[in-house]
Design a protein around this ligand. Structure first.
Ligand SMILES: [Zn+2]
Length: 495
């Protein structure tokens, strides 16, 4: 059964905003028009045939003829339309100097090359290297799966992996521990924390049986999701997604929610957590807007990243055919609810959700028998999971804080180099990790977790508030120490 929800919601890229040529060379499949003049090619069919095609996708939709969409480095298009419809993938972000480079788009400012940060645009070779990496990842999984079932490998070279898998398995037994060290788990799983954890949780919650999921397709889907996170991002990478998924699982098990959530809610909640930052470019929305990036244009400067994460997730869902046996209505609901959860993670919508939650708690009118209200609480749970770093024990929380600031400061460095206004919190000359964290805890995290604790009123929610306040005190202590010693700002992060 085909999925059809995607095209009801696709935004349109105006005709005066052609997709840059180099983007066409990336694997991310661009749905665009047959107006080939935009792309300097006589016929987009010809263009599409020049790229590696690794899979095909069958998508029907109202108003659209059923057709094959060529994916992964291919291009999908609608013959009667003349606009780019959807860009699945975004190259890593890099700003280059003017000399020697073409502008990313004719009205880009400054001249920006959004190609890979550390790699040239994906060529056939790179695309196949990626495929090989994915295949290896897949093989690693099956070997681990054997070990998990106690089937020893005849290959003595796997002894080290044996130990690591054993330890990873032990950690999975404590998958609801709030002290879960996702960094360690990622090392123990050979960088497969997102795949291993999410696969385990699907099985643990009985989702595989309930939704008649094909284990191989599930595994392939999760590998694709994990691979679409950029490992060169200090913070917004697959480990963050795994961390958010682990936190989401803890929240789904909170008594108030657990009593009411259905397998469907768990499915959507875990899927949203695992995919909520897919293909994050490592810069924020303000950067994409000020550099006139095509994604900002495509999504009209509104929840640009979140929309992109959602669409990326939908594309991978379709490509994996994991839910191809669901009805059209169920498929629509899956895509729609996934989007609603991912879009809720837009931090600029924090007050909107917070005041709604406060009102519900003040009125005591939350009725979780109601699917709509349950969905609202899933949105809140995902928001909490996404910003739960300051609620973790100091050892973990501090690592996350340093990583997110590293990403902010990297963006600030690019902005400074290109004489752009430096985004808030991104200037390493005026900001410190401690300052940023104190501000974040005070203004964003604490207000949300106070209400979350009012809702849950459990040991876990109180523990999280406890860590939040201890971590805040630690950052304040470091800040005071730093002010006294007059050290340079960076020294705070090293303590
Ligand atoms: Zn996130």
């Amino acid at each position: 059964m085909a999925l059809c929800y995607q095209y009801h919601q696709l935004p349109v890229l105006p005709l005066d905003r052609p997709v840059p040529k180099h983007v066409l060379s990336r694997r991310g499949a661009i749905s665009f028009s047959s107006s080939s003049s935009l792309f300097g090619c006589a016929n987009p069919r010809v263009l599409s045939q020049t790229f590696t095609i690794s899979s095909n996708l069958w998508i029907p939709s109202s108003g659209w003829e059923e057709r094959f969409l060529e994916r992964r480095g291919a291009i999908s298009y609608e013959s009667s339309d003349q606009t780019a419809l959807y860009i699945r993938m975004l190259g890593d972000v890099r700003v280059r100097s003017r000399a020697g480079f073409q502008p990313e788009r004719r009205d880009s400012h400054p001249y920006i090359d959004f190609r890979l940060l550390h790699l040239p645009p994906e060529t056939g070779e790179l695309a196949s290297a990626r495929k090989i990496r994915r295949l290896r990842s897949f093989q690693r999984y099956f070997r681990s799966a054997h070990l998990f079932r106690g089937i020893s490998s005849p290959n003595s070279l796997c002894i080290l992996d044996d130990n690591y898998s054993g330890q990873a398995m032990c950690m999975l037994e404590k998958d609801r521990s709030w002290n879960f060290d996702i960094f360690l788990f990622d090392r123990l799983t050979n960088g497969n924390s997102l795949v291993t954890l999410t696969f385990h949780l699907f099985k643990y919650h009985g989702l595989v049986e309930h939704f008649h999921l094909d284990l191989v397709k599930l595994r392939q889907f999760l590998v694709m999701v994990q691979e679409d996170y950029r490992s060169n991002n200090p913070y917004h990478n697959a480990i963050h997604a795994a961390d958010v998924t682990q936190a989401m699982n803890c929240y789904l098990k909170e008594a108030k929610l657990a009593e009411f959530v259905s397998p469907w809610d768990i499915l959507v909640g875990l899927l949203a957590a695992a995919t909520h930052d897919m293909d994050h470019p490592g810069v924020n929305q303000s950067f994409l807007i000020k550099t006139n990036h095509y994604l900002a244009c495509l999504y009209k400067n509104t929840s640009v990243l979140e929309n992109h994460h959602w669409k990326s997730a939908v594309c991978v869902l379709q490509e994996s055919k994991l839910f191809s046996h669901l009805s059209v209505e169920e498929s629509y609901q899956l895509g729609h609810q996934l989007g609603s959860l991912i879009l809720a993670t837009d931090i600029t919508r924090q007050n909107e959700f917070l005041s709604q939650l406060r009102t519900h708690l003040d009125m005591s009118d939350l009725c979780l028998d109601n699917a709509g209200q349950r969905h609202f609480m899933l949105q809140i749970a995902l928001k909490c999971a996404d910003i739960s770093n300051p609620c973790r024990p100091w050892k973990l929380s501090k690592q996350w804080s340093e990583k997110v600031c590293q990403e902010f400061f990297h963006q600030g460095d690019i902005e400074r180099r290109h004489k752009l206004a430096i985004s808030q919190l991104c200037d390493r000359r005026t900001e410190t990790v401690a300052n940023i964290q104190i501000g974040f805890i005070t203004c964003v995290a604490k207000p949300l977790f106070v209400e979350w604790s009012r809702f849950c009123n459990t040991t876990l929610s109180r523990t999280m508030l406890g860590h939040l306040s201890l971590n805040n005190a630690s950052w304040k202590g470091l800040l005071k120490e730093h002010t006294r010693s007059g050290d340079d700002a960076d020294s705070i992060t090293r303590k």
